[in-house]
Design a protein around this ligand. Structure first.
Ligand SMILES: [Zn+2]
Length: 98
């Protein structure tokens, strides 16, 4: 996996000349050396956010399903009151289950 990340970085170099590429890669290496844990955390957060936006499970990337529930929420002026809500879950791995 480490080499794939380096390959992805190298493929993003575009039209930079050799010296610019080396300087860019050195800057990235120094940044990761000092902030690698933070970069990993931000990447994980982005993956989770994008999964939800695409209705995909953050754990296995399968499509999420939504179920609607109705709960009795007590009584309101002598009549039973109900609340309606949605639950999102992954049918493949169980993510989101209570
Ligand atoms: Zn899942």
């Amino acid at each position: 996996m480490k080499h794939e990340i380096i390959d992805a970085l190298e493929s993003s170099l575009g039209d930079m000349n050799g010296k610019e590429q080396l300087s860019y890669l050195k800057d990235i290496a120094e940044y990761l050396n000092n902030n690698g844990q933070d970069v990993a955390q931000k990447l994980a957060e982005r993956i989770s956010r994008d999964c939800i936006l695409q209705s995909r499970c953050p754990d296995c990337f399968s499509k999420l399903e939504i179920t609607t529930f109705i709960n009795c929420a007590g009584e309101y002026f002598g009549s039973p009151a109900y609340e309606r809500g949605n639950e999102v879950f992954c049918p493949m791995c169980g993510w989101g289950d209570k």
